[in-house]
Design a protein around this ligand. Structure first.
Ligand code: ADP
Length: 487
């Protein structure tokens, strides 16, 4: 079975968030299962080419028409864990920079999408499944179905939804600019945005034209179907028969405290409980030293993630203050994507400058994230919505107990230790429903009590959680089932 993925990120080559982790975990696992897997990705400035093998130029003058002229692109080919990687390098620096965050992001990714599908057409290989990810590459579905389907080089198109939050709005003339007829797509049944009168909506095009849609957890799939406030709700409703949620996995070879080179003291789920707790304590001491925290054996609560409204920044701040009130320690690792959160978190950091029980780290730092997972006792994830969420799964693997809001993939993976309706063997963390600081703090309080009063059972849960199976080996079979049905 020949599968081609087109995506804007793939860890470890280039990663901004969960999408990168998913593409980086799923594809090698599909290849391991004997599928012929390729990936097309932009050649960003920061892409880590050292991970690739046999990098070579496949085409040094691959032409794409845009804004009245032909542009020359270089196509590189390489391999990574038995996946063929194709990198597209454009000639006007759309991608010779960071992944996202530019006002012309829709134009950059429209260009990339057109280049990717034209490259596949020119390559002239029959593809069983073309698998797209989020709005960045969703335009490929309408382009293929409307313009190239007569050439029959793709059997079926799958679209993964990592988030509905970003949808890629653009103007019809942005499509004219790459030689498509923008007005043709400016139609309610096609790509017309339901709220912004003059706009097209690229994600809507992906939803309407793909043969199958995979939101990244079962609960998220249900949530987007039920959420009438989502402005693509009628498009989701119309396409509901081709939607099936599949929970993400994590790369359990990469996220493994036994072999993790970033952490101070390695440990494994096979160790005795006492040994695990001892190793985590050493990792705690290490992180206290490098982050200039007091050297005491109190619980560490952590938050790792993009500091954006989706992740509940108000709740994170209140959870942090509550942790300090209890004389426990809080470690925050997160990058900014807007000025409001940047200002508020920076103010909070300044107001706690002399407090040696809290550490603010406003950056993307892969190594530090591993060190925090290994040292932390709790991770808080009070998200407003969370299509899947990977931090809770990584936390389990490193023996940190998640305290999460019951939404999306968090609801599918975290089960409350105090909930009598849940079988004992399934319980693994703490959950709450209401999106308020009060609900989070009450739940943190329950978790802290549990830690104090039931320390033996708590440690057993730490060890048991480390053995939970979130492997892509298990999950990728669900994708293969979908692929098989489609072809
Ligand atoms: P999202 O995709 O919404 O950002 P996920 O929970 O799906 O959230 O994935 C987040 C991934 O990014 C995890 O691997 C997490 O460890 C990592 N991550 C998030 N923020 C940072 C950061 N500041 N530094 C290092 N890793 C981070």
């Amino acid at each position: 079975m020949k599968i081609v993925h087109v995506a804007s990120e793939m860890a470890p080559l280039i990663k901004v968030g969960g999408l990168g982790d998913v593409v980086g975990g799923l594809l090698p696992s599909l290849a391991k299962n004997g599928l012929d897997v390729s990936l097309i990705i932009p050649k960003y400035a920061g892409i880590k080419l050292d991970y690739l093998k046999d990098l070579k130029i496949l085409d040094d003058d691959f032409q794409i028409f845009e804004k009245g002229e032909n542009h020359s692109n270089k196509i590189y080919q390489a391999s990574y864990k038995n996946i063929k990687i194709f990198l597209i390098e454009d000639d006007h620096d759309y991608f010779n920079k960071d992944v996202y965050g530019y006002s012309d992001d829709p134009i950059r990714f429209i260009y990339f999408s057109k280049a990717a599908i034209d490259f596949l057409k020119k390559h002239n290989e029959k593809i069983d499944i073309l698998h797209l990810h989020d709005w960045h590459t969703a335009l490929i579905a309408p382009i293929y179905k409307e313009l190239y389907a007569k050439d029959k080089f793709i059997k079926s198109i799958v679209l993964s939804i990592h988030t509905m939050k970003y949808q890629g709005q653009c103007r019809p003339y942005d499509l004219d600019n790459i030689g498509l007829d923008g007005n043709y797509f400016f139609n309610n049944d096609k790509l017309k945005d339901p709220t912004n009168e003059d706009d097209l909506n690229i994600l809507k095009g992906g939803l309407n034209y793909s043969d199958f849609i995979i939101p990244v957890s079962e609960t998220y799939a249900k949530e987007i179907l039920l959420d009438k406030s989502e402005h693509l709700h009628s498009t989701i409703e119309k396409n509901k028969n081709k939607i099936k949620g599949i929970i993400n996995g994590i790369d359990e070879i990469y996220w493994n405290p036994r072999t993790d080179k970033f952490i101070n003291k390695n440990y494994t789920q096979d160790d005795a409980i006492e040994k695990i707790i001892e190793a985590k304590l050493e990792n705690k001491k290490f992180i206290q030293k490098i982050l200039n925290l007091n050297n005491t054996n109190v619980p560490i609560v952590a938050s790792i993630g993009r500091l954006v409204d989706q992740k509940g920044p108000e709740l994170i701040k209140d959870g942090l203050l509550y942790t300090l009130k209890k004389n426990f320690q809080f470690v925050l690792l997160g990058g900014f994507f807007d000025s409001k959160n940047k200002m508020e978190f920076t103010d909070l950091k300044n107001s706690l400058k002399t407090n040696k029980n809290v550490s603010f780290n406003f950056e993307f730092n892969e190594m530090l994230s591993h060190q925090i997972y290994a040292a932390a006792d709790f991770i808080i994830i009070p998200s407003l919505f969370e299509p899947c969420g990977l931090t809770q799964m990584i936390a389990f693997k490193y023996g940190a107990i998640p305290i999460v809001r019951k939404t999306g993939g968090l609801a599918d993976t975290v089960f409350d230790l105090d909930d009598k309706t849940i079988p004992k063997e399934k319980k693994n963390g703490f959950t709450f429903m209401e999106f308020t600081s009060d609900a989070l703090i009450k739940t943190m309080d329950r978790a802290f009590k549990f830690y104090k009063e039931n320390s033996k059972y708590f440690n057993e849960i730490v060890k048991r959680n480390m053995a939970l199976d979130f492997s892509w080996e298990k999950i990728s079979n669900k994708y293969i089932d979908v692929y098989k049905k489609l072809i």
